[in-house]
Write a protein that binds this ligand. Structure first.
Ligand SMILES: NC(=O)NCCC[C@H](N)C(=O)O
Length: 273
């Protein structure tokens, strides 16, 4: 069995990228646009990173990109499995240049680099990993050709890519997220193909309910979805809640602000750039 098929929820290393002075210029597509307080956004991002570190994770910062407003949403720039980093090709023209810094950081950490190539597009936020089946949202930021290229790159690892139409939200992972036991949480009204997902548990809130796995039964969540949080507590999960309200104003969630590198364990000191 490939290591990609074995769920590993131990703390490892999280790749992150700090917001810059132009964060307010970030894209919004499916939500109303309201102004961002850049100083508060920076403080909330620091708290988000601190939550990983308090949970025993190391953090590696991709070099800042002050001219790229959406750069903190590092999840969209790469898909990582084992020692392979597939550098994405974001579907929004404004975000294409973000991948350069991510690729440099991961190459520096020793990852094997492959790339999604033009004209295909793929955003990491469209890739939901469920063991050896990966659901990939297509039709929005990610093209069919992007999903096909990803499928070819991960096939040698015995990973199967399942394309799922995604038109009602920014990314597939805006609509569905996995819990450590493989249960999927989803906001059904935004799913084009709810029947594509096994074990789907509906969440009551439209926004803010996504989770990041910090450990076996520990989840990083946003304070903006209290009813979903209560549902998770009732299921026995320990929650670490962060306020990322300013970052959410640019259509993000806890998932988009990091890439977890499971095979890589660094010391607990920060590694930058
Ligand atoms: N994976 C994610 O959910 N990323 C959020 C990206 C938000 C950014 N403002 C964008 O529209 O691309």
């Amino acid at each position: 069995m490939s290591p990609a098929q074995v769920p590993d929820h131990r703390p490892g290393t999280a790749l992150v990228r700090r917001p810059g002075p132009r964060f307010d210029d970030g894209l919004t597509t499916h939500i109303d646009r309201v102004p961002v307080d850049p100083d508060l956004a920076a403080r909330q991002w620091a708290d988000y990173v601190a939550a990983f570190r308090a949970g025993g994770w190391a953090t590696v910062e991709v070099e800042p990109a002050d001219d790229l407003p959406d750069a903190p949403f590092v999840e969209d720039t790469v898909v990582v499995v084992d020692d392979l980093a597939v550098v994405a090709r974001p579907g929004a023209r404004e975000r294409l240049a973000e991948t350069t810094g991510t690729e440099r950081a991961l190459a520096g950490l020793g990852f094997r680099i492959e790339r999604i190539t033009a004209p295909a597009t793929l955003d990491g936020g469209d890739v939901l990993k469920l063991g050896s089946s990966w659901f990939v949202g297509v039709g929005g930021r990610t093209s069919h050709e992007g999903a096909r290229q990803l499928a070819d790159l991960v096939a040698p690892l015995d990973i199967r890519v399942v394309p799922v139409r995604t038109s009602r939200a920014l990314h597939l992972k805006t609509t569905v997220t996995a819990l450590p036991d493989g249960t999927l949480l989803g906001y059904v009204p935004l799913l084009d193909e709810p029947d594509a997902f096994p074990n789907l548990t509906p969440v009551p809130e439209r926004n803010g309910w996504r989770v990041v796995l910090l450990g076996d039964d520990r989840l990083l969540v946003s304070t903006s979805a209290p009813r979903t949080s209560q549902m998770l507590v009732d299921r026995g999960y320990e929650l670490v809640a962060v306020d990322i309200s300013e970052l959410e104003k640019r259509e993000s969630s806890v998932t988009c602000l990091s890439v977890r590198l499971r095979g890589l364990t660094l010391g607990t000191e920060d590694a930058c750039c």
